[in-house]
Design a protein around this ligand. Structure first.
Ligand code: ADP
Ligand code: MG
Length: 292
């Protein structure tokens, strides 16, 4: 490719809201065979809402939700915002938070109103030695509906199951169809629950699912898929996506995402959705064709 054709290509891309930070990415993207996509904030809007909340016998719903919200008020995870908003919508009085700790990829722990409160995934409860299986049927149902089941424990006792649902972006399904039409495979990479991820992947026709991936594990997934011979473009938005963006053949950051993600990427999409990936690949192929 000549420098001029790459300049023309990157210029045209910019008009479509696709910023190629490196000219060679325009050439490498054409060779991609798998597009691996982070779920939260990329396939979905990244704005989950609380959909379900149930307590075990002996626990009062409003009391537990107020405690959970007190801890989540300090978390920056989109899940936390959903829970805090739900507690506010119920008009629950705020409980003072004394200590707080976030365990990335697992959940959060805090002391609020004199109680120890743990909120997070199935694997977080297991890590804490709290058995989440009393809610097993509930979790299977919620996951099957594409909702994320979470658990809350008060003073080390399982107290509630909470579910949040993050709506798909309306552009996601057509974009995945377009990627398939271009001969590409699409893989989902997520820290979310396996059942939840699989339910969403089914709706979207996504080819492979890597679920329950820890924040530092995304880069391993990228390396593993690459080792299987795939030319891989990874699309993500979060801080924890940065190493995977850097390790992929082409790292594509969603422009609405975090600065760290953007700095680690070869390509930045100004729009916060997958259509930009379709445009970027189409352009990359067209530019390289023109050069012959
Ligand atoms: P992703 O970016 O794919 O959502 P994360 O690593 O951020 O992955 O989170 C993985 C899982 O850890 C979440 O699906 C949730 O179960 C749990 N988790 C993380 N942060 C929180 C939080 N603040 N409150 C409750 N659960 C959380
Ligand atoms: Mg994310």
């Amino acid at each position: 490719a000549t420098p001029t054709s790459i300049m023309v290509g990157t210029g045209r891309a910019a008009e479509l809201g696709v910023l190629f930070r490196k000219g060679e990415a325009l050439q490498r993207l054409r060779e991609a065979s798998v597009i691996a996509v982070d779920k939260t904030g990329t396939l979905t809007a990244g704005q989950p809402e609380l959909t379900d909340f149930a307590v075990r016998d002996g626990f009062a719903e409003d009391t537990v939700l107020a405690l959970v919200a007190a801890v989540e008020a300090r978390s920056e995870h989109p899940i936390a915002q959903a829970i805090v908003a739900a507690a506010a919508a119920r008009g629950l009085a705020a409980v003072t938070l004394d200590t707080f700790e976030a365990v990335p990829g697992y959940g959060v722990t805090g002391t609020a109103g004199g109680a120890r409160v743990d909120v997070g995934a199935d694997r977080f409860m297991q890590k804490l030695g709290i058995d989440p299986t009393p809610f097993a049927d509930e979790a299977v149902r919620l996951g099957g509906e594409g909702k994320t089941p979470l658990y809350a424990a008060v003073d080390g006792r399982l107290a509630a199951v909470v579910a949040v649902a993050d709506p798909l972006r309306p552009t996601t399904l057509p974009a995945i169809r377009a990627l398939h039409d271009m001969g590409l495979k699409v893989a989902m990479v997520t820290g979310d629950n396996r059942r939840t991820a699989e339910a969403i992947a089914r709706r979207l026709g996504i080819d492979t699912v890597e679920a329950e991936v820890l924040p530092e594990g995304k880069v391993d997934v990228v390396r593993r898929l690459s080792a299987q011979g795939a030319r891989l473009a990874f699309v993500g938005d979060g801080i924890n996506d940065a190493p995977a963006l850097a390790a992929a053949d082409v790292g594509i950051a969603v422009g609405t995402g975090t600065d760290v993600a953007i700095e680690s990427a070869d390509v930045v999409l100004m729009s916060g959705d997958l259509r930009g990936v379709v445009n970027a690949i189409a352009l990359s192929r067209a530019t390289m064709r023109n050069i012959g």
